[in-house]
Design a protein around this ligand. Structure first.
Ligand SMILES: [Zn+2]
Length: 113
């Protein structure tokens, strides 16, 4: 069975020093499991024949990116939530700036907007 790698970038293979292989790229999943690192270190030499690249993450073109306006808790104020080319949401409120997450992006994720 091939090693399945889900990544927005075509994975690159780098030969490690100690008879290992490093698969570089923006890796989201390895064999269906979420992967928190941007690379994968494997024992032994692996070639591209042994890797299946699942390009499951669609990069959106800039003019196709979505944008939402969400009301602030302060009257008359709105925040702008934007989708990045990798499908993540950003918000221009102070909370998102510090926590990389906020009530406004949650509302968009939950379909409340
Ligand atoms: Zn926000």
């Amino acid at each position: 069975m091939k090693l399945q790698i889900k990544s927005s970038l075509n994975p690159a293979i780098v030969r490690g020093k100690y008879n290992d292989t490093i698969v570089a790229g923006t890796i989201f999943e390895v064999n269906g499991q979420p992967w928190k690192h941007h690379y994968l270190q494997l024992k032994g030499r692996i070639t591209f024949d042994q890797i299946e690249w699942l390009n499951g993450i669609t990069i959106q073109k800039k003019d196709q990116l979505k944008e939402w306006k969400v009301k602030s808790s302060k009257a008359g104020k709105f925040y702008t939530i934007r989708e990045t080319p990798h499908g993540k949401l950003t918000c221009d409120c102070p909370g998102f700036h510090y926590r990389r997450n906020c009530r406004h992006t949650d509302e968009v994720k939950n379909g409340a907007v």
